[in-house]
Design a binder for this molecule. Sequence first.
Ligand code: CP3
Length: 333
Amino acid sequence: MNNLTDHIINKKSDRIPVWFMRQAGRYLPEFREIRKKNQDFINLCLNTKLVPEITLQPIKRFDLDAAIIFSDILMIPYGFGQSVVFNKGLGPELGIIDKSNLSNINEQDFKRKLNPIYNSIKITSKNQILKNKDLIGFVGAPWTLLVYIINRVSPKKKLKKNFFTNQTLIDELLKLLIKYIKIHILNQIKSGATIIQVFDSWAGLLEEEDLEKYIYAPTKEVVDFIRTLNVPSICFPRNIKNYKKFVNIVNPDVISIDYNVNPEKLLEEIDIPVQGGLNPEKLLEDKDNLKQEVKKYLKIFKNHPYIFNLGHGVLPETNPNMVEYLIKFIKDN
Ligand code: CP3
């Protein structure tokens, strides 16, 4: 069994596994080289020659325990037929979607549009370099995808004023999202993904009274589905106020924490494996500062199943040497 899966299933606490969100990305010169020649980000995510190559770039450089397939959570809106473009410096921008668009969404078109992703996973999972390593597939959580589909741009700190106005559209979309997120998960697992991470990047935007409808119930449905496929699930409900309640209700195999979470307090409240936490900005500081902060996490999680990761993705301005240093430090401690 791979080290990462072993940790999750058998609740190990030695030989801490390591991987990073956005480990393949703009901080790597070899990625920037490919990106420069491939301006259309969606097309890049559909390129079955380049996606396996990009996915494995960090594995070739560093002693990581898992690769995460190079893709994007917005491939689901793309599969729905919504236009998705990434403008330099502005983040993603999505096209208008209304009731008539929803009735055109169907499984055949969705699978046809996203099929290159599944082919890339098949190709990647067969690469010898991933022997004894996990290949992480992922989805956006229903809530975060709803945010992008309705808000049409990253909400930064808050949603557009009229976000909840068309409640019928929202309710219908939420149902469709749950259905197609499951399809996307199933296809990734069938193609060779061994773990699924659910990214809920905008979980922190909701008030307590809306969590049941938009986060707890739909995410639990997704996590329950992953469990029926005998694959571990990792949930990352970024900035959610009450991690304990989230874990109790949604019950994922692993909870991934952002850097605002107090890890000591969290450990008093939950007993499932924990992932992440380190502020990615620590990788921009000097080695001593980084080491102190990493030691803190390792000490707190000494006797608890812990997967080393960051509290959010690797920043583009990160020096790859610092990533290498960090991985070595964890492996040697
Ligand atoms: O972690 C990995 O290495 C796997 C690849 C991955 C990407 N996006 C590649 C990517 C993963 C897991 C994602 C998930 C994703 N995408 C999330 C959830 C995680 C999070 O960041 O909260 C979200 C919200 C998105 C949507 C999205 N995609 C945003 C907000 C952006 C940034 C836009 C910008 O201009 O920087 C993207 C683009 C994106 N996705 C990049 C990468 C490497 C950068 C694209 C580039 O090279 O220009």
